[in-house]
Design a protein around this ligand. Structure first.
Ligand SMILES: [Zn+2]
Length: 119
């Protein structure tokens, strides 16, 4: 274990524990992050799922509730590294969670705006 040094980083008063987002590698309060854990799917395969209730056991990784961070984590295989998984884990559950989590995009908004502006 590495001992914390107070000299390099001044200890600011934080509002809670801080973790690093596996997507963008920024440090953030855990209250602002989603926890994801690996669950065994049998046959040695693993799936990554969102620990929405915050009570799933096992090693967890932290992620902003932002699809950019999710895709960055998948692209860089950060889940496998953070969760100690060999091979690439199934991440569809997390993708689904993020899609339902984020507000749906309104299509053709620009075109509607153009039509509105034409006299
Ligand atoms: Zn992030």
């Amino acid at each position: 274990m590495i001992q914390r040094e107070n000299s390099a980083t001044p200890h600011r008063s934080t509002e809670g524990p801080v973790r690093t987002c596996v997507g963008c590698r920024k440090r953030e309060l855990t209250a602002e992050l989603l926890r994801v854990v690996a669950v065994g799917g049998g046959n040695g395969s693993c799936a990554v799922t969102v620990d929405a209730a915050g009570n799933l056991p096992g090693r967890g990784a932290w992620l902003h509730p932002d699809q950019q961070c999710l895709h960055a984590a998948i692209r860089r295989r950060a889940f496998a590294r953070a969760l100690r998984i060999t091979g690439s884990p199934e991440t569809s559950a997390v993708l689904e969670y993020f899609e339902s989590f984020e507000a749906p995009r309104r299509p053709a908004t620009e075109q509607a705006a153009k039509n509105m502006s034409t006299p």
